[in-house]
Design a binder for this molecule. Structure first.
Ligand SMILES: Cc1ncc(C[n+]2csc(CCOP(=O)(O)OP(=O)(O)O)c2C)c(N)n1
Ligand SMILES: CC(=O)[C@@H](O)[C@H](O)COP(=O)(O)O
Ligand SMILES: [Mg+2]
Length: 641
């Protein structure tokens, strides 16, 4: 029986060179097949979906018109780059996306020459692109540099810093603003409203209009101040893009990002223009071409495996509440008692559970856009005026707001409450999203109270503790995903500051856990018991202030003391060691070990596999105990068997 390929033209494309050999009339078919292949692949792997569907035509058009990889193509965030991966020699591995040893879910320099700049955190593309454009100019090159940035990513400070710099230089840089009127949630802010005004009330530029725009070298805006004033007075509606023009960009658009008859000639013109920075405003639809995605509120931003025919996702039934939801619900309960409690998110309302808070207290909720730096200082301002701001930000994204934490929050000892979600390894999103560093980067800051929840009930109490801490900043960290299924308290009760708790009393070994590795410590202690070793377990709860009494007691009463945390070197373990060293407790017989994440950026896999590789699971803990005792783990296991 003869079988027909569903993607006959795409099958002929191994690299963009093959695409560029096709006739322009064939590009539509390539795009249609590319969309089919993207849908089929993500239905198997899960991952970021809606954004990729929305840029199928744009991806095809860019690779058709530009000479990639000589022309540098930078995708902002990189979550929309699956179609790009399919066209650039990675189709044979596309069904390994985000799995151990498989393709990354983002762009990655080590993965392909077609990924000239790695990403995953947003709003870096214009800066990186400008750097590449200037490098090209300095070395006398001729290649194009294209940065594709979404309307959501346009809300971040870095994008403006880059445009401000680019607009003042005459370097040729092409920025494509992919405006789908969506972030993960609906976009927020004045910039988003401005972009909507650029195309509301009328359809896209006709090709004739766009050609007219391309004929006018408008960035010489200084030349016609009077007409600019007129444009402003019409509320930016006349010629569009005035803001970008004011910043020194040549503005083209808005054009329909799904219409190849418009995209291809516009991109060709832009490619051949001799000018400074250019911004092409392309309007697309997130989730385009897959009805279940188009119809859903989040446009299927990210999905688990799904049935292509129905769009139904294979979501497993949860066994326990997710930490983000426990946080959101706890905050609601606290806010019911205290009208000073407010919630802040930087474009992650559902991911952080702030959406739960927003439903109960819309006026006390602030989504500031992808603007972590601003979120932190905005919270500091609220705290300075007596409010109790909860800044809910993923550990990895809080890295963006570090100087603000030091300078605006900690030095002034303002009681901003940080709810640090996605602490520890997150799995499929890989190294860029791992919450590895907050123990280290917050632990060194004076004035902070730093907590880690060991389970979801602890999180409830820690949120209540944060409400009560009103003279200094505080943080609580917790991981991605479900809790342990423990009994939940009706209300949160503030914990005594700087006090840990004993979980189990043993004799030779002390396991001192900071965070949700506590569950692995319990399993490890059971295994140690089978080997005839009796282990104490303690939950530190606080890294700062450290429970010195508890640490001293564990050090004095055990032969081995091991700290465990889901974080890098320089965190909880370092604080314990520093304290014990200062007390002279490391001069004698105590065998002290600190278990942290390895000093490397771990590639994506399941969190369990990543923790196992890091040695931070029960087996790794038992192995560490035997190492400390100078015994061979494998031999001990064999003995037991
Ligand atoms: C610094 C940072 N904060 C938050 C995120 C989480 N995030 C990933 S994609 C996204 C929305 C991006 O919107 P947009 O740029 O418009 O892309 P779209 O998904 O609409 O194509 C957000 C908030 C991130 N990747 N980086
Ligand atoms: C691309 C990006 O940064 C987000 O979409 C991120 O992948 C969300 O992670 P969670 O799934 O943990 O919310
Ligand atoms: Mg968008």
């Amino acid at each position: 029986m003869t079988t027909f390929s569903k993607t006959p033209l795409l099958d002929t494309i191994k690299t963009p060179e093959d695409l560029r050999r096709l006739k322009v009339e064939q590009v539509r078919q390539v795009a249609d097949e590319l969309r089919q292949e993207t849908i089929d692949a993500v239905s198997v792997t899960g991952g970021h979906f809606g954004a990729g569907l929305g840029v199928v035509e744009l991806t095809t058009a860019i690779h058709y018109v530009f000479d990639t990889p000589r022309d540098r193509l930078i995708w902002d965030v990189g979550h929309q780059a699956y179609p790009h991966k399919i066209l650039t020699g990675r189709r044979d591995r596309i069904r390994t996306l985000r799995t151990g040893g498989g393709l990354s879910g983002f762009t990655k320099r080590t993965e392909s020459d077609y990924d000239p700049f790695g990403a995953a955190h947003s709003s870096t593309s214009i800066s990186a692109g400008l750097g590449m454009a200037v490098a090209r100019d300095l070395s006398g090159g001729k290649n194009n540099v294209i940065a594709v940035i979404g309307d959501g990513a346009m809300s971040a400070g870095m994008a403006y810093e880059a445009m401000n710099n680019a607009g003042a230089m005459n370097s040729r840089l092409i920025v494509i603003l992919n405006d789908n009127d969506m972030s993960i949630a609906p976009p927020v802010g004045a910039m988003s409203a401005y972009l909507s005004r650029l195309y509301s009330g009328k359809t896209y530029r006709t090709l004739r209009d766009a050609a007219k725009q391309l004929g006018q070298h408008l960035p010489k805006v200084i030349a016609n101040r009077a007409s600019r004033v007129e444009e402003y007075s019409r509320g930016f509606m006349m010629d569009g893009g005035t803001l970008f023009e004011e910043l020194g960009f040549y503005y083209v658009g808005p054009i329909d990002g799904h219409n190849l008859d418009h995209l291809l000639p516009v991109l060709k013109n832009v490619r051949d223009m001799e000018t400074g920075p250019i911004l092409v405003h392309v309007v697309t639809q997130k989730g385009k071409g897959y009805p279940p995605a188009e119809a859903s509120a989040d446009k299927y931003h990210a999905v688990v495996k799904f049935d292509v025919a129905t769009g139904t996702q294979a979501k497993a039934k949860p066994n326990a509440p997710a930490y983000q939801n426990v946080f959101g619900q706890s905050l609601v309960k606290e806010a019911e008692k205290d009208d000073k409690v407010v919630g802040i998110t930087a474009a992650m309302p559902s991911g952080t559970g702030i959406d739960i808070f927003a439903k109960a207290f819309p006026k006390r909720t602030f989504d500031v856009g992808i603007a972590e730096q601003h979120a932190v200082t905005f919270a500091a301002g609220l705290a300075a005026e007596g409010f109790k701001p909860f800044c809910a930000i993923y550990s990895t994204f809080l890295q963006r707001g570090y100087d603000q934490i030091v300078h605006d929050v900690c030095i002034q000892s303002l009681p901003v409450r940080f709810a640090i979600d996605r602490a520890g390894l997150v799995g499929a999103d890989g190294a860029t999203h791992a919450g590895s560093f907050d123990n280290a980067y917050l632990g060194c800051l004076p004035n902070m109270v730093i907590m880690a929840a060991s389970d979801e009930a602890e999180l409830v109490h820690m949120v209540a503790t944060q409400v009560a801490i009103n003279d200094r900043p505080s943080s609580v960290r917790y991981p991605r995903g479900e809790g342990r299924g423990v009994e939940m308290p009706e209300v949160g009760v503030p914990l005594p500051i700087g006090k840990g708790r004993m979980i189990r009393q043993g004799k030779q070994v002390a396991l001192l856990s900071f965070g949700t590795r506590l569950a692995e410590c319990e399993k490890a202690a059971d295994e140690l018991a089978a080997h005839g070793l009796s282990a104490s377990i303690a939950d530190a709860r606080f890294m700062k202030p450290l429970d010195e009494e508890l640490v001293l007691k564990l050090a004095r009463e055990h032969e081995i003391l091991i700290t465990i945390e889901e974080g890098s070197i320089g965190g909880f373990g370092s604080h314990v060691m520093q304290y014990l060293a200062d007390q002279g407790m490391l001069d004698g017989g105590l065998k002290m070990r600190s278990m942290v994440l390895p000093d490397e950026f771990q590639d994506h896999d399941t969190p369990a596999a990543m923790y196992a590789r890091a040695g931070l699971d029960a087996k790794g803990i038992v192995r560490k105990v035997f190492e400390a005792l100078g015994k061979d783990y494998t031999a001990e296991v064999v003995k037991l068997a």
